[in-house]
Structure formats: structure tokens, C-alpha cells
Design a protein around this ligand. Structure first.
Ligand code: BMA
Length: 323
């Protein structure tokens, strides 16, 4: 998927006078909190190209404040139609069907289907893995890890014969720590050969970090957008930045951008159910033009869109490298 052209990628040119590497869509947020009747909020969601248009898996918290995953489609990647009811999963083992909560999905085209990972409540948060071929029937494969874990993000292809997934071991609560690790698997069910990737560092990413969208393969390494959290006197502040990981041994960080690429600054990022959060879960990419569309949750309330050129992001990571 990463290598195929996407001429219909949503796009808006960088505004005149703007020198940011990542700029916001002028008509953000693209998905309001009440797009469907059942929702309290819709945020931290993942989209992919699908049959010449777009499909996605969306985090919708309902009015009981249950966190669940809903399916959506779009012609242009901007205007979305979401099901009002959550995805139902086909499970071989009924134990997997137990619902606690499901949130923060990522979606990736991997070999022959779309895989979905999400934070799955199973006696605490862990990483659920499921798949779909058609966005009609969804299969729940397994819980990848022991609790507690969040931000499970698959690579879009096997590397040296292994599936690979980034994740962030955590606790049951609003975890005040967190490093990114990588785990490897022959079959997407059994995970091991765990490797350390990176830990928080001073400033915008001083409390915890977590992988964001599916890593993008470039000639310079895997481009990883990740969120970083700092603790202020008013609580957590979620920004995001980027790093480059080694193509063959992606637990090795080649470069890590010093400044953030985006911090919560607009009204819809600073006001909502959880103020001061930008949380990217997906990108779309058009290799011929280098255009990137970044989908992020804002203030745990709405979905917003931002744009960048991949070469500029890679240059930013290298030129501000602060390993
Ligand atoms: C994390 C997750 C995210 C959320 C963030 C900020 O622990 O719950 O879904 O965006 O906190 O509240």
C-alpha cells in the first residue's frame, strides 16, 4: 500500500507565510463529535485507501462513555459516513468476544488483507489484532500481548521473515511512563524477540511516548510519527513528532527529530473532553508527489487532518536529530 500512488489523497497546499513542516487543514475538524447519533466523541481513528475511495475504523465513545470501534467510508477522505453501531467481530474463541473496551485503532494493508490493531480491554488494556478483507466482515484474531499495553502498531510488511509490531507497555490507568518497544512474530499470534526502541526525553516528550500511524518505508529508513506527552501543572499535554528507524532492524533509531511537529494549539485541540491532545493514528501517502495526509484525534473529541511532504519530514528528522 505504501508504494502505490494515491492521486486522490486529500490535500490542501501549505498556507502562504506558513513555515511549519506539518500544517493543519483549514476546515478542521473533519469529523465532529456528534457525526452519528450514538456518539459522545469521535477521535484517534485510522483510515486507508479502499477500492478507489477510503475506509476506516473509528474510535467512537458513546453516550454511556463506552469506548468502541466503528466502521466508516469516504469518497474523498474528508467527508465521512460512519455506522452508528460498533463493529461486531467474528471470534473463533468466545473468550475473545468479551467486551470491556476497544479504542485507538490502527489499520494496515499487510499481504492480502487489512489488519486492525487497537487497545483492547482484557482484564486491563492489551493489543487486539483483527482483520478484514472487505470492511464488511471483521475477524478478531487474538490479543497479542499480556496486559498492560497500548499503542500497538504493525509494520506494513514482514522484515527478515517476521511480522513486527511496536507497542508501549503500560499500566491500568493514565500511565505516567512509557517507552516504545518492538516485538516479532512468525504468525501474528505468537509474539517475542522483544527489542527496546526508544524512551521519553526532555521537553514535549518527557513523560511517555507511543507509536502513532503505521511506519512508512523510505530510502532513509522507516518514518515513524509518534506522540509524546509532557506533564504540566494542568495534566498531560500530547504532541507528536517523528523518528527514522533502521529498515532491517527497526528497533534501531537512526534519527529522532528534536522539536515536535505539532502540539495542541487550536481551539479544537485545546478544548474538548481531554484538553491539549493531538494524537495521530493514520497517514495517507502518495509517493509520486510525496504528499502525506495525517489523521489525528484532537482533544479526545474530534478527528482532524494535517498535511506534509514526506521529504520535508525526513529532512526535519535528520536536521534536528537529537538522539
Ligand atoms: C491515552 C489514550 C488516548 C487518549 C489519551 C489522552 O491514554 O486513552 O486514547 O487520546 O490518553 O487522553
Amino acid at each position: 500500500m505504501n508504494s502505490s500512488a494515491l492521486p486522490n489523497i486529500p490535500w490542501e497546499d501549505r498556507p502562504h507565510g506558513c513555515s511549519e513542516v506539518v500544517w493543519r487543514y483549514s476546515r478542521n475538524p473533519i469529523i465532529p463529535r456528534n457525526l452519528i447519533p450514538s456518539s459522545n466523541s469521535i477521535f484517534n481513528s485510522a483510515v486507508v485507501p479502499f477500492n478507489g475511495r477510503f475506509a476506516g475504523v473509528f474510535r467512537c465513545d458513546n453516550k454511556k462513555r463506552e469506548m468502541n470501534l466503528h466502521r466508516g467510508f469516504s469518497e474523498d477522505g474528508i467527508q465521512w459516513h460512519l455506522d452508528d453501531t460498533p463493529i461486531t467481530w467474528q471470534c473463533k474463541d468466545p473468550e475473545l468476544a468479551r467486551f470491556e473496551y476497544r479504542y485507538d485503532p490502527r489499520v494496515v494493508w499487510l499481504e492480502d488483507r487489512y489488519y486492525i490493531t487497537w487497545c483492547n480491554g482484557y482484564h486491563g488494556p492489551t493489543i487486539g489484532i483483527g482483520y478484514t478483507f472487505d470492511f464488511e466482515t471483521f475477524y478478531f484474531l487474538e490479543n497479542a500481548f499480556l496486559p498492560y499495553n497500548r499503542n500497538g502498531v504493525l509494520f506494513p510488511r514482514k522484515i527478515n521473515g517476521h511480522y513486527m509490531m511496536l507497542s508501549r507497555p503500560s499500566d491500568r490507568g493514565h500511565t505516567p511512563f512509557g517507552d516504545i518497544f518492538l516485538s516479532q512474530s512468525p504468525d501474528l499470534i505468537h509474539w517475542g524477540q522483544h527489542r527496546f526502541v526508544m524512551r521519553p526525553k526532555e521537553g514535549w516528550q518527557s513523560t511517555k511516548i507511543g507509536a502513532g500511524p503505521i511506519p512508512i518505508e523510505t530510502s532513509e529508513g522507516w518514518l515513524l510519527f509518534y506522540h509524546g506527552v509532557l506533564t504540566s501543572c494542568n495534566g498531560f499535554v500530547y504532541s507528536f513528532g517523528a523518528a527514522l528507524l533502521d529498515l532491517d532492524q527497526p528497533w534501531k533509531v537512526i534519527a529522532r527529530g528534536g522539536p515536535y511537529l505539532m502540539s495542541p494549539q487550536t481551539l479544537y485541540e485545546c478544548v474538548g473532553d481531554v484538553p491539549n491532545v493531538v494524537f495521530p493514528c493514520a497517514t495517507l501517502y502518495d509517493p509520486p508527489t510525496g504528499r502525506l495526509a495525517i489523521y489525528y484525534g484532537a482533544a479526545d473529541t474530534v478527528v482532524a487532518l494535517a498535511f506534509a511532504y514526506i521529504d520535508e519530514v525526513v529532512d526535519f528528522v535528520k536536521s534536528t536529530n537529537d538522539l
